[in-house]
Structure formats: C-alpha cells, structure tokens
Write a protein that binds this ligand. Sequence first.
Ligand SMILES: NC(=O)c1ccc[n+]([C@@H]2O[C@H](COP(=O)([O-])OP(=O)(O)OC[C@H]3O[C@@H](n4cnc5c(N)ncnc54)[C@H](O)[C@@H]3O)[C@@H](O)[C@H]2O)c1
Length: 244
Amino acid sequence: MGRLEGRRAIVTGAASGIGRASAELFASEGARVLAVDRPAADLTFDNPAIVPFGQDISEDAAPGAIVAKAVEAFGGLDIVYNNAGVSGSTPVGETSDEAFDRQIGINLRAAFRISREAVPHLVKSGVGRLIFTASIMAKHTDNGLVAYSASKAGVVGMMRTFALELGRHGVTANAILPGAIATGMTAASFQHDEIAALWAKKAALKRLGQPIDIARAALFLASDDGGFVTGQALGVDGGLMLRV
Ligand SMILES: NC(=O)c1ccc[n+]([C@@H]2O[C@H](COP(=O)([O-])OP(=O)(O)OC[C@H]3O[C@@H](n4cnc5c(N)ncnc54)[C@H](O)[C@@H]3O)[C@@H](O)[C@H]2O)c1
C-alpha cells in the first residue's frame, strides 16, 4: 500500500528537476498526478498514473484550466504542489520591470491563483494538502536575486495565510526551502565542476542536493505522515545555511 494510495495531485513544473521527481514519486506511492508544465516541455512519463498537461501557469486562464482538468480526470483533488519556478540574476539597478514581474508572476502570483482555485476541492477532500517550493533564498539572498528572493519570501508569507485559514477544514499548507539542487535551473552553473564543488562544500552533508531529496520531503508533507504539520517552511538544504 503506497503512502498516497487513492490521492489525486497536481504538480507544477513537472517536466524537469524537482517537479518531475515529485510527480514520479507521488505516482509510485499510489497517487494519480496531473503533471503540469509549459506546452513545449517534455511531459512524457512511464507511469500511466501521471497525466501530462501542457499549460503556462502564468496565463490568466491557467488556474481554471489546470484545476478543471485534474477534477475531470480524477474526480477530485487532494494535493496541489506548486513547484514551477524561474530564477534570474541581475543587479538591483539592472533588474527590469519585466524581469521582476516575470519572477513574481510565475513564482508567487501563479502559485496563489492556482491554490485559490483549488481551495474548494481541497476542502472537500478532507485531507487537502498545499505544498510550495520556496527556496533558502526566502530567508537569505545573494547578489542578483532581488526578484527571486522577493518572490520566494512572498511564497512563505502566502503559505502561512493559507495554512491559517484552511486548517479548520483539515487542509495543511507548507513550503519546502531547497538549498543547492542539481536541476535544469542550476545546470548552467553546476556544469562547471568548481562551482558545483563550491556549493557542495558549503553544505554540512558535503554534496549537492538531487531532485529526489526534495521530492521525498514533498511526499512527507503530502502523505498522512505530515498530517499535523502546517504553516511550516521546511529547509531541505543538506545543512547549507548552518553557518555564515
Ligand atoms: N535547483 C535549485 O537549486 C533550487 C533551489 C531552491 C529552490 N528551487 C525551486 O525549485 C522549483 C523547481 O525548480 P527546479 O530546480 O526543479 O528547476 P527546473 O528548471 O529543472 O524545473 C522547473 C520547471 O518549471 C517549469 N516552469 C517554469 N515556468 C513555468 C510556467 N510559466 N508554466 C509552467 N511551467 C513552468 C519549467 O519549464 C521547468 O520544467 C522552482 O520553484 C525553484 O525556484 C530550486
């Protein structure tokens, strides 16, 4: 018996990295998963319990389309994992309105709009779960991350309010704060051995994270194991932020 037997999930950003690993892990634990990513993304999966859905999450009609598709395909919705995200690195003075709006729009606003759309279904579920991929950059920052850090700090603040308001309906809401994870987002940096080694060395566990490290945390929060955990920002960073 899987840990998500019979559960119905949406995972965004499911074509790559953390989202792909999570969709596959959720399905291997018995869930049916709507795997959402951009229409051009590769959304092929071996497990037939994963239903691909090409949709840019920042479009106005995206929340309605995504949630309706999940409910139509699965007959309801128990888990929404808002994971899709984009980053950018420009000094404050060179960060355009467009770059700022894009990161806020995808990382924060789209996650809000999809979650809001899903609320009635999560309430009906009785075991509703909202999960967000934030970042250690929700609490910290680095040069060039003005829009990214703002978006991820926003995700954590937003998550707490969902948790507070929906708790009475048995719905939990939590955010995962990954450290340095080897994914599509970080491939350009970590293809350089010296950069990968630097980030691995900073972590107490002396390695980069892999998508499955984050997927396992998401599984904990999605399953009955995480049933009394809500409103939390869970660092999953291999001890990256333990020292200055
Ligand atoms: N990799 C890291 O070190 C790291 C660290 C902290 C947080 N994160 C966060 O993890 C999450 C997952 O990223 P990842 O590292 O797996 O990167 P990734 O680039 O491998 O995957 C992100 C996925 O999101 C999708 N996506 C982006 N914008 C979208 C949109 N508008 N509509 C639909 N899909 C969209 C992309 O197409 C991609 O498949 C992101 O929110 C990211 O900010 C990553």
